[in-house]
Design a protein around this ligand. Structure first.
Ligand SMILES: [Fe+2]
Length: 566
């Protein structure tokens, strides 16, 4: 039985599962080229159907998440939704009454699902699905945090685990603690939207002049440029506390926004970012610690937008009592389509375990399709097919950066060696070039490495045990001091890094790292997503070629083709 999951909010997308297999999962932004695109994901649905080799009429079960009041309004008035997200992500000119709009948002989003919401949502979605050719199907609604929890629980390798979700909010909830045992997922505590630590971090992001729902990671990186404070000196320390398995806010989101704005006024923004990050870490570490102590379960899986904070994740990982951990790689709302499909598959068919070795769930392009694109551009590029693209790339990576495009597109925010820009890990000049000329990112944003899993202990200091590895770039680690100076381009100012530890899940990429190791002694390279900053990661060969031409990048490896700019 095929189940289609869809998510039509921030970072919309679709996914298809069957049995214990993820057949396809794609986000709308990759297809429309609008970063974190919102709205009904018609392109993602079509793409998933194409990958699965199905027609819309073959699908009998559609899983959808979130029926809160504001989501219902957004579905009823799609233009309103678009404007609202553009406003929050500062993609429009600063509107008059900006503060009022924020107040309105906080008031409205605190309202969870109302009795009539489900019927309205079902009618709208049914109509939209029918326009795509869906005929006889049942719509199943999955609560927002259940979808996040299903992602973390069912993709994790655990039979018994704590499952924790933390985000801004969804369906009136901002955090949950759940227990997974023998395939059953049970929620044991809920933190309402009013007490949202995720909204707190969104507000901080907004106040330091960045984009909510997009730049929270920049706030985290900027925090490392502040001089450190004791928690006692932190002016935000009383804003939140943890009581048992629940987070408690001192102020309403509206009062909190006012107070934060006033505090931020009096200090440099990196100091303010530091205080916010420190508080977030303190709250999450205590929540996880309490949950482990109370349940006696030492394996933990987590998801939700806040799980993208790799520094907080690192502090959680360092907890003595935590044994094994799993962060769902598409932790934000972009992963909800898959989570909704997971949950419905669990309810209908009892499936609660998936083969989750990698996240290459997107489209793939044949050699013929690629060559067609290359031929169309032969006045601008030269290309040849080579037998050992990894060897070729490794040689280039001694002196420059390279675009690397292979296989199925990644699901989630990280490029994991199929749509990646690669560079030498030790060359800061190439890194700066990449930052300023190609990626156009802020100077304080670090780059992350991909490294051979077998070399991880040579490079990283704080690997606790054999489970403590990450192939999805969801976790912060600390570099060994003696190695950090050799891999400066991929280590942050505090010696931390966010590695992808590559094993057999991506053989072509592993091959490349082995070739790099032959050349430089260490199997590690800089890996950043294949896009210009502010744009989604490339999907098709022609997206990749466009980016190459726009950035005047000299070399690209696409499957077995080596492409050089004329
Ligand atoms: Fe969420």
């Amino acid at each position: 039985m095929y189940i289609l999951g869809i998510w039509d909010g921030h970072d919309a997308g679709a996914a298809i599962v069957e049995g214990n297999k993820i057949i396809a999962a794609v986000n709308e932004e990759r297809l429309t080229k609008k970063k974190l695109d919102v709205g009904f994901p018609k392109n993602s649905i079509k793409s998933c159907l194409e990958i699965a080799g199905l027609k819309a009429s073959d699908i009998e079960h559609v899983a959808v998440t979130t029926t809160e009041f504001t989501k219902t309004l957004e579905r009823m008035f799609p233009k309103l939704r678009e404007n609202y997200y553009y406003f929050r992500r500062r993609k429009m000119l600063k509107p008059r009454f900006e503060a009022f709009r924020h107040y309105l948002k906080y008031i409205l989003t605190l309202v969870g699902p109302l009795p009539f919401c489900k019927e309205i949502n079902e009618a709208i979605l049914r109509k939209q699905l029918k326009t795509l050719g869906f005929e006889n199907f049942k719509i199943h609604f999955v609560e927002h945090h259940l979808a996040h929890a299903a992602d973390a629980a069912f993709a994790s390798p655990f039979n018994k685990a704590l499952v924790i979700t933390v985000d801004g909010l969804g369906d009136g909830v901002s955090a949950t603690v759940n227990v997974l045992e023998n395939g059953e997922l049970e929620r044991i505590e809920t933190t309402p939207a009013f007490d949202s630590i995720g909204i707190f971090f969104e507000q901080v992001t907004n106040i330091v002049g960045m984009r909510e729902l997009e730049d929270e990671g920049k706030v985290m990186s900027m925090a490392d440029y502040s001089y450190p404070f004791n928690f006692e000196e932190n002016k935000l320390k009383d804003f939140f506390k943890v009581e048992g398995l629940r987070i408690k806010a001192k102020y309403s989101p509206i009062k909190q926004y006012d107070l934060l704005s006033r505090i931020a006024w009096s200090m440099p923004r990196e100091q303010f970012a530091y205080m916010a990050q420190q508080l977030l870490e303190y709250i999450l570490v205590n929540l996880f610690k309490n949950a482990i102590e109370e349940t006696g379960i030492e394996d933990v899986a987590w998801s939700g937008g806040v799980a993208s904070n790799i520094k907080a994740n690192m502090k959680i990982r360092h907890l003595d009592k935590l044994k094994r951990w799993f962060v769902f790689p598409h932790m934000g709302d972009g992963g909800l389509a898959l989570g909704a499909a997971f949950y419905v598959n669990y309810k209908l068919n009892g499936v609660s375990k998936y083969t989750f070795e990698d996240v290459y769930f997107g489209p793939k392009f044949s050699e013929e399709e690629i060559e067609k694109t290359l031929k169309e551009n032969k006045d601008k590029i030269e290309y040849e097919e080579v037998e050992q693209p990894a060897k070729y790339a490794a040689e280039l990576l001694q002196k420059t950066y390279v675009f690397w495009f292979r296989g199925r597109m990644e699901y989630g925010p990280r490029a994991l060696g199929n749509r990646s820009i690669l560079a030498p890990a030790g060359d800061e000049n190439i890194k700066n070039d990449l930052n300023l000329k190609v990626k156009k990112r802020e100077w304080f944003q670090p780059f992350a490495p991909s490294l051979l899993k077998e070399d991880a202990r040579k490079i990283i200091e704080d690997i606790k045990n054999k489970y403590d590895v990450d192939k999805f770039m969801t976790m912060g680690y600390l570099a060994k001091k003696e190695v950090a100076s050799k891999i400066k381009a991929v280590v942050h100012v505090d010696n931390s890094l966010r590695p992808q530890m590559v094993g057999n899940e991506n053989k072509a990429y592993k091959e490349l790292l082995k070739e790099v190791k032959k050349e430089s002694g260490l199997g590690i390279i800089l890996n950043t997503s294949f896009n210009i900053h502010g744009m989604p990661i490339v999907c098709t060969p022609s997206d990749a070629l466009d980016t190459m031409l726009k950035t005047k990048t000299k070399y690209m490896i696409m499957e077995n083709f080596v492409i050089e700019l004329k």
